[in-house]
Design a protein around this ligand. Sequence first.
Ligand SMILES: [Zn+2]
Length: 408
Amino acid sequence: VGFEPERRGSHPYLGVDFRTLHSLCNREALLFSFQRHLLSSRLLRGAPHLNPLHILDEDYCGQAKCMLEKVGSWNFDIFLFDRLTNGNSLVFLTFNLLNQYGLIELFQLDMVKLRRFLVLVQEDYHNQNPYHNAVHAADVTQAMHCYLREPKLAQSLTSFDILLGLLAAATHDLDHPGVNQPFLIKTNHYLAALYRNTSVLENHHWRSAVGLLRETELFSHLPVEDSLSIERQLGSLILATDISRQNEYLSRFRTHLDENDLCLGHASHRHFVLQMALKCADICNPCRPWELSKQWSEKVTEEFFHQGDIEKKHKLEISPLCDSEANTIASVQIGFMTYVVEPLFAEWARFSDTRLSQTMLGHLGLNKASWSALEPEASGSSEEGESEPGRATEEPSSRALSQGSQES
Ligand SMILES: [Zn+2]
């Protein structure tokens, strides 16, 4: 498998001239999209190539294979799996699942192209992001697999749906710069200009995935209309992970459930269910067992606070939840769970009333209680000096949504 020595990618602020950000005289001049190839190269990002598997000893390989036998378990420890595969969890997990579902054979996927595609996908995640990296993508793919096996989906989804679901999960945050959309907009990042400030990150993840599909010619043996359909549907799934559109999807889901009119024989309804499944997989961290959930919470907060530090340093307005002096992991998590995760998973449990759904809601409740116990003031009362009462729950939806937009 040959790799280009230098691949393109996004970078949160390489190429942003912070000195000019505060001068409003000529905003157009601040766009720097043409510097992209020069300034945001893989070389500058310092991302390494695929960590070689051959340096792993047999014992590690054996343990990784052993873990894959339980890849459908909700307790699957993706962090351990990533260590056992020497940082290649996304490649191994996705390949294994595609194979397990018989999709490689069914769609006659070329093994070399597939491997190259998965390696490039994994590489185009930024492993220096504490949260939005390839391990998060692997985790979302594993969760997606759990949902695809739920009876209602397993009975109705086609192989094409499953292929799309897994590919969308693996690529849904591709080339994530580690900062959120408001940051890209206020720094006049080329991605914000390119996508006109609308679902900027999600559009970029989708287009990056399409780029890799075309580059590796993974589906070049399929009729053109089929590969175009894959690209289009991949986009519709990835765009659904834009958390600022959560209410739109959630109320549509709720209406379907109230009217009991989801007919999974219809391709459009199956697609909608896949969108909801991907949304759940994307923000399922608080529904995992505490030991896993806690690690994700720490990582996502680290990424927020890192953004806040850059904003502080360059005298930009600090984004909600990103100020390490005004927020804690517990306060961020409790808000996110209450306003974003709980409403989504409550509806999912109505749709798929299974043991897994009950398990997820159980963990969600316990994890929330654990964060509240660790920091009681985060769930309501404020400490002396910490200003106005109810600070932690101030503007709940916008704060939570703003976090969600980073988590997605
Ligand atoms: Zn995500």
